[in-house]
Ligand binder design. Structure first.
Ligand SMILES: [Zn+2]
Length: 134
């Protein structure tokens, strides 16, 4: 599924009918799937990860790495496709990441953990994205 900008839902009710209850909870209500259960945690397949809500290309499999945190992790996003928002929920200062086009919740981004040379971890819910194999 890939939507044109003028096809994007305008209201949460419109999103609700397009997404499964689980997808809606994570993408539109900023939920978090449990660690290790997501379908892409250990995926090594080459391809591009798209926003599950609107279809925008977000992450290349080239940037995916094993963080052993229980969620798919990427050390970079496709430029301009992911926006960062300060998140102070749960008593922590974190940076939320959302799809730049449809504003759906993807996960959080962390810096300074030393996993890769880029020193960045986009921690993404599997259910927020869909892999299109190359
Ligand atoms: Zn999107």
């Amino acid at each position: 599924m890939s939507l044109d900008d003028n096809e994007l839902p305008r209201t949460e009710d419109e999103w609700r009918v397009r997404l499964t209850p689980e997808e809606f909870h994570v993408l539109r209500e900023h939920g978090t799937e449990r660690p290790w259960v997501g379908e892409y945690v250990d995926t090594k397949t080459q391809g591009v990860y798209h926003c599950r809500a609107c279809g925008l290309e977000l992450f290349s499999s080239d940037t995916k790495f094993d963080s052993h945190c229980g969620w798919p992790s990427f050390d970079d996003a496709i430029p301009g496709r992911v926006k960062e928002i300060e998140d102070r929920s749960l008593g922590m200062a974190r940076t939320e990441i959302r799809c730049a086009r449809c504003d759906s919740h993807l996960g959080h981004v962390f810096h300074g953990e030393g996993f890769t040379p880029k020193d960045t971890r986009h921690c993404v819910n599997s259910i927020s994205v869909r892999l299109e194999p190359r």
